[in-house]
Ligand binder design. Structure first.
Ligand code: GLY
Length: 403
């Protein structure tokens, strides 16, 4: 039998998969479910179970797993580990300091700026980051994190447009997917606080092909090799978030899983069987597969967010118009924070509620289709950005001496 089983899933994936109420962070329960359904492949999606070592337990139980070990997932789970790997691999990244004592915060802030990047040094789903030219806002965020018992990571600001490059990685074998750009601020024109991501598009017409090659050859491959060298070989999806500035690409962060919402756009253009790529990675055969094929054209995804997202999103509102009545290949509605009430009504259950994907011959057509589809979806109090994929992006000219 061929089937997809999702744990715990949501009503969107429930249209395509059997849902099981298993906690993805409960490693033994995930392994037991894999055994019960005789899984051919277990894909562990989010960072929290990966960092907790769920992949290790399921792999030890004898199942092919797409997703890194806890050791390798430290590339996302531990900023200090990631910085050390990058330093040894010779990869450019922001200068950073960790502050774990309120008494040290002010002096540390003085060593950064005039744009401050203040991060939660743990997993925070993108919302733990404040990037600001206002020192007081930077200080307030740092102080709040410390009050919550979270060490604070201060970073130097990297200039240039951001790029997300997802790579399938199996030891030292690296296969890049299409580059994408996320829009992390909540409001149009990159205004308001950071979020987990409000929309994305792919490919990036403004990104020179040689810069893409440079990212693969000089950033992702050296990091994959360094992880192998230190006995933390990576198997799964390695996500490089970069800024392409005057000194070339520099890493903002690595993640150990597919990124949200870039994935919704990138996979919309994938023309090769996705499961084959995941299975080859999980079984150590990535070097043997053909490079992924891509559809021509562009894809964008726009996030519909709940009222008050990202601060305190309101949940439980009824969503209408999200039924997938779209023309094949033109738009898709993908659920994130949704649930189904006992009376079968679809309701919001998280901050980022759903994504509308548009695919077109070019970015303009993809945008037009996504926004037309979104216009038919109603959720009280919701909001979305109207400028996904619409801003002109300019890669700054390189300094003659790269730093
Ligand atoms: N696109 C941001 C993230 O997935 O972390």
């Amino acid at each position: 039998m061929t089937a997809v089983i999702a744990a715990p899933g949501n009503p969107g994936i429930g249209q395509h998969a059997e849902l099981r109420p298993v906690d993805p962070c409960a490693a033994d329960d995930v392994a037991a479910l894999a055994g019960e359904v005789a899984a051919d492949l277990v894909v562990i999606g989010p960072e929290v179970p990966l960092v907790l070592g769920v992949a290790d337990v399921v792999r030890a139980a004898g199942f092919p797993v797409f997703g890194p070990s806890a050791d390798a997932a430290r590339i996302e789970g531990s900023k200090a580990f990631a910085k050390d790997v990058m330093a040894v691999a010779g990869v450019r990244t922001a200068h950073s300091e960790i502050v774990d004592n309120p008494a040290e915060l002010d002096a540390a802030l003085d060593r950064f700026g005039p744009t401050w990047v203040v991060k939660d040094d743990g997993l925070a789903a993108g919302k733990g980051v404040v990037v600001t030219a206002d020192r007081r806002a930077a200080r307030d965020h740092g102080a709040e994190l410390l009050e919550q018992g979270h060490p604070v990571l201060l970073e130097s600001f990297l200039d240039g447009p951001e790029v997300s490059l997802f790579c399938l990685v199996d030891g030292e074998t690296v296969i890049p997917l299409l580059p994408a750009q996320d829009h992390k601020r909540v409001g149009d024109g990159d205004s308001g606080p950071n979020t987990g991501g409000m929309g994305a598009y792919t490919p990036l017409p403004w990104l020179p092909a040689e810069t893409l090659t440079e990212i693969v050859e000089d950033v992702v491959k050296p990091v994959a090799a360094e992880l192998v060298a230190r006995g933390s070989s990576f198997s799964g999806l390695l996500y490089a978030g970069l800024a392409v500035g005057t000194n070339g690409p520099a890493v903002v962060e690595f993640n150990c899983r597919f990124g949200d919402p870039e994935t919704q756009a990138v996979l919309a253009l994938l023309d090769s069987p996705f499961a084959e790529l995941l299975h080859a990675t999980a079984t150590g055969r990535l070097a043997e597969v053909d490079a992924p094929r891509w559809k021509d054209g562009s894809a964008i995804t726009v996030v519909l967010a709940a009222e008050n997202y990202p601060a305190r999103p309101r949940t439980g509102d009824v969503i209408t118009g999200a039924e997938d009545g779209a023309l094949e290949g033109e738009t898709l509605v993908l659920h994130a924070g949704t649930d189904q009430r006992a009376d079968k009504a679809l309701v919001s259950a998280g901050g980022r509620v759903l994504n509308v994907v548009g695919v077109g011959a070019d970015l303009a057509q993809a945008r037009e289709r996504a926004y037309a589809r979104l216009a038919g979806i109603k959720l009280p109090g919701s909001h979305f950005r109207t400028d996904i994929g619409a801003t002109e992006v300019v890669v700054p000219e390189r300094n003659s001496v790269a730093g």
